[in-house]
Design a protein around this ligand. Structure first.
Ligand code: BEZ
Length: 212
């Protein structure tokens, strides 16, 4: 059965380029990004894994651990990682699962038979510290993902998990956010001391609330 937002992310133990990993232990209390790749030694995947490695500090700042999935064997991953490091000027040090038996791909419904009977599509799951699935995006093999968008949605998810706000179209961290409809305007003035911009009774902006 396919997974939906709010479902518990399935746990698994897998062989990876960083050794045997239990997913939940690997995540600990962190947020997680689990993302699949059609195959090793493919050009788009090479750029995606390179980009992920180069964004290491950005993921770390947000307390996010990343884990890639590809259905090729471990020795193939290890050779490919050398190519990624060489061609993308990076150091891939996050785990890549060797999902030869397609166990993780199956658990997360990453094979879409009408796209390809054997290769995974580009599925990406963001998992909260509570192990619930917060976001899923699925791209076809031919389109590389936008990892700045991945960071942007993590910023939104982390902010909206803490405060009664939502983020508008094309929002970027630091820009004004929207007060959720469930909060009355009277309460919003108390909750958001930085002030409100009331465009319509249902469209109310406030600056990004302070941490805490
Ligand atoms: C790639 O990763 O480059 C790729 C994989 C499958 C189809 C097209 C491109």
């Amino acid at each position: 059965m396919s997974l939906r937002l709010g479902d518990t992310a399935p746990d698994f133990t897998a062989t990876t380029t960083e050794g045997q990993i239990n997913f939940y232990e690997f995540l600990g209390d962190s947020w997680g990004v689990l993302f699949s790749h059609p195959a090793d030694y493919t050009p788009v995947c090479t750029t995606e894994l390179g980009r992920t490695a180069l964004l290491k500090e950005e993921f770390a700042k947000r307390n996010v651990k990343v884990l890639a999935v590809s259905v090729d064997p471990l020795d193939k991953h290890q050779g490919w990682v050398k190519d990624i490091n060489e061609t993308q000027n990076c150091n891939v040090d996050f785990p890549i699962i060797a999902d030869e038996n397609r166990e993780v791909a199956g658990l997360y419904d990453m094979i879409h038979p009408n796209a390809s009977a054997t290769a995974t599509v580009r599925s990406l799951f963001i998992i909260g510290p509570d192990k619930l699935i917060k976001l899923m995006i699925i791209y076809p093999a031919s389109t590389g993902r936008n990892f700045f968008e991945v960071l942007r949605v993590i910023d939104s998810l982390q902010l909206t998990a803490k405060h009664s706000v939502a983020t508008p179209a094309d929002w970027k961290n630091g820009e004004n956010v929207i007060v959720v409809p469930a909060v009355s305007t009277e309460d919003a003035y108390k909750k958001f001391p930085k002030g409100l911009e009331i465009v319509k009774p249902y469209l109310r902006y406030t600056p990004v609330p302070d941490e805490n």
